[in-house]
Design a protein around this ligand. Structure first.
Ligand code: ZN
Length: 322
């Protein structure tokens, strides 16, 4: 088996309102808007990225802006919760911040760890989990609206809901190198890599349905990290041998990607850590221009006209340090 997959690379969801999405993830959650690009397969629509200061692997939460799509609740065969890591002592701060900003949240506890549960503007379920791993590196956004002490440190985990979990668990454990790390009711916890923050995948078995559909308010896919193209190629071979229908390597410009569906229906991607978001913009001004892969540059003018403008909240409007 190749070296293990270290953890989550990014999570991509579908929003019906790009501006509301930007306002929420930047002004409320304090993530940095690191890239404004297009969906390479539906190029007259946005693909926007949030993350830590650099958009480091393990912190990037991204959205396709597909306003014309139906809006549905997430269900079986999908990632149903996206969990971010915050310091344990910061949960009180977040509780009061969310209340002040009029965002409803509730408290929960999983595997002995406290968390806040909330929804984003499209209805995607999020958690802020009070559990950061010292080994996980993220770079706080110095001009962000949330003080670095309390800032989101990237992903904690994702939860997938499946009608039947057995075949998925088989793939995770026997092929993908995940280990079972706990069981709580219908929730089974798996870890990859070094374990801890961003390496965690929870599987919830819910045969009663409903099945999820690709729609506004749902997660489109979760991407796992590969160190580089060679590591990705090794994993591709392993997955193909295991009978998965894996795409060829696709050049996403900020990383290289392969995609496949796990047996429960969730779309998985494996993406390389590099080259990252500074490949076409300096670190200081990430997200400030419409970034297009070179082969889309001929369409820049048309796209500039078709795509609705996005206003990224600035320090002045969000109030840095609060
Ligand atoms: Zn992706």
């Amino acid at each position: 088996m190749p070296a293990s997959l270290p953890g989550i690379h990014h999570v991509t969801s579908i929003t019906g309102d790009v501006q509301k999405c930007v306002d929420f993830y930047v002004s409320v959650l304090g993530l940095r808007f690191v890239k404004k690009s297009i969906n390479q397969d539906v190029p007259d629509t946005y693909h926007i990225y949030f993350g830590d200061y650099k958009g480091s692997p393990g912190t990037a939460t991204t959205f396709f802006g597909w306003p014309a799509w139906p809006k549905r609740r997430a269900g079986g065969g999908q990632v149903t919760t996206v969990s971010f890591a915050v310091p344990r002592d910061s949960l009180e701060f977040w509780n009061s911040r969310l209340r002040k900003l009029g965002v409803q949240s509730s408290s929960t506890s999983r595997f002995g760890t406290e968390a806040l549960v909330l929804s984003d503007p499209d209805g995607i379920e999020l958690e802020l989990v009070g559990d950061v791993s010292p080994g996980f590196q993220s770079v706080p956004w110095p001009d962000g609206p949330v003080d670095g002490e309390h800032a989101i440190r990237g992903f904690h985990s994702v939860t997938v809901t499946l009608a039947e979990a057995a075949a998925t668990i088989d793939l995770l454990v026997k092929t993908m190198g995940f280990r079972k790390a706990g069981q709580e009711g219908r929730r089974t916890r798996f870890e990859t890599g070094q374990g801890g923050q961003h390496s965690i995948l929870d599987v919830v078995e819910a045969p009663e349905g409903p099945e999820g559909e690709e729609s506004i308010g749902t997660v489109h896919h979760v991407a796992w990290r590969a160190a580089d193209a060679a590591h990705q190629a090794q994993w591709r071979e392993v997955l193909v041998k295991a009978g998965r229908n894996v795409t060829p390597v696709i050049e996403r410009y900020y990383f290289k990607s392969i995609y496949f569906r796990e047996p429960g229906g969730v779309l998985f991607e494996i993406a390389t850590d590099g080259p990252g978001f500074t490949v076409d913009e300096p670190l200081e001004t990430l997200g400030s221009t419409l970034s297009l892969p070179p082969w889309f540059n001929v369409r820049r003018e048309t796209l500039d006209e078709t795509l609705p403008p996005i206003v990224v909240p600035t320090t002045a409007t969000t109030g840095a340090g609060h």
